[in-house]
Design a protein around this ligand. Sequence first.
Ligand SMILES: CC(C)(COP(=O)(O)OP(=O)(O)OC[C@H]1O[C@@H](n2cnc3c(N)ncnc32)[C@H](O)[C@@H]1OP(=O)(O)O)[C@@H](O)C(=O)NCCC(=O)NCCS
Length: 148
Amino acid sequence: MGYELRQATTLDDLAEMHRLRRDVLFARRGRAAIYNDDHPDDAVANHLKFLLVLDGERIGTARLDLVQGVAKLRLVVIAEERQRQGHGAVMEQLITGHANRLGITTLLVNSAPDAVGFYEKCGWQREIWDASELVGAASDCVQMAKYL
Ligand SMILES: CC(C)(COP(=O)(O)OP(=O)(O)OC[C@H]1O[C@@H](n2cnc3c(N)ncnc32)[C@H](O)[C@@H]1OP(=O)(O)O)[C@@H](O)C(=O)NCCC(=O)NCCS
């Protein structure tokens, strides 16, 4: 079977996407309790919610927000027990490929400080692209960009 990158549309896919975000990404920063399954940003038509599936198991998720010709990668997470096994890099490649096919040439991310090394391995570079996003929970994030 192998890898599949698909958009999360079914109730089961969306539930697993939220679980991964809440229990891995938000819990890591002590913020699981404030995770909101009904955040309006998830309902925007140009915000593409992806799941990475390996041999039928949902092991990762990320959202690609298409905004004025660029794409912002958000809420990137690989299941805890599956990290550091190359799956994040595969997901990044598959999402990058999807963006490329949509004609996107600029990808942006607010990287968690401890994920900067991951993005650098995937060809991203540090670049301040909108300092106004570095507030609240994102205040310690590192802005990075990748050009396709
Ligand atoms: C960050 C994350 C998505 C990376 O996915 P992953 O599957 O663990 O990463 P991979 O195994 O594909 O790693 C790819 C490369 O990046 C490196 N890498 C991975 N995580 C890293 C990190 N935190 N710091 C430095 N390098 C890292 C790996 O060593 C690997 O390098 P190699 O090709 O030389 O072997 C994942 O660890 C995760 O979900 N972390 C918790 C949530 C998070 O921080 N998300 C990012 C929010 S911006």
